[in-house]
Design a binder for this molecule. Structure first.
Ligand code: IMP
Ligand code: MG
Length: 181
């Protein structure tokens, strides 16, 4: 799998060091509040699991399943919920976790939907944020790393459902993306 990478951006130790920092920041910001983490599946699974165990606060976890990529390397802009019921967030302090902020469609959609369910507050935490102009305006409150506008895989992020189990994050070789499209 690692041979399919053009280059590695962040190895496991670097990712975990950064998670220590973000977790400390989140723990401090929510120290007197009960937090509800909402993880966007499947991409944020690995990130959520490592981050959550670094936050020594009482917290609840809910997961949401959405799809926007339909197995391609470009967003279509259309986001669909794969489950019907939204988690109960009335009066809760919600922290949405996602793997990557790219066009912004996914997080803007999720944020809007959750806000209709009357939470007390909503913040967004992403492991990666691409440096680019976004189709939808979304501000992430916590960002692991800023990256260039390249297609990356590993540490939960996939290409056609592969590479999620790579422990590092890297840029996928371009010919692998064009081949399958
Ligand atoms: P957005 O709606 O365009 O912001 O895209 C968000 C979703 O697209 C993320 O949750 C990822 O699942 C996926 N995505 C965006 N960029 C990448 C990438 O570089 N590698 C893998 N998945 C990505
Ligand atoms: Mg995702």
């Amino acid at each position: 799998m690692q041979a399919d990478l053009e280059r590695i951006l962040f190895d496991e130790a670097t990712i975990l060091r950064r998670l220590d920092e973000i977790a400390a920041q989140i723990s401090n910001d929510y120290r007197d509040r009960e937090l509800t983490v909402i993880a966007v599946l499947n991409g944020s699974l690995v990130f959520m699991s490592d981050l959550m165990r670094r936050i020594p606060l009482p917290l609840r976890l809910d997961c949401l399943s959405v799809a926007s990529y339909h197995g391609r390397a470009e967003t279509t802009g259309e986001v669909i919920f794969k489950q019907v019921a939204l988690p109960d967030v009335v009066d809760r302090h919600v922290l949405i976790l996602d793997d990557i902020l790219d066009s912004g469609h996914t997080l803007a959609f999720i944020r809007e939907k959750l806000e209709t369910a009357k939470p007390r507050s909503v913040r967004v935490c992403v492991l990666l944020q691409k440096k680019k102009e976004r189709a939808r305006l979304v501000d992430a409150d916590y960002v692991g790393f800023e990256i260039e506008d390249e297609f990356v895989v590993g540490y939960g992020l996939d290409f056609m459902e592969r590479y999620r189990n790579l422990p590092c994050i890297g840029v996928l070789r371009k010919e692998l993306i064009t081949q399958t499209n």
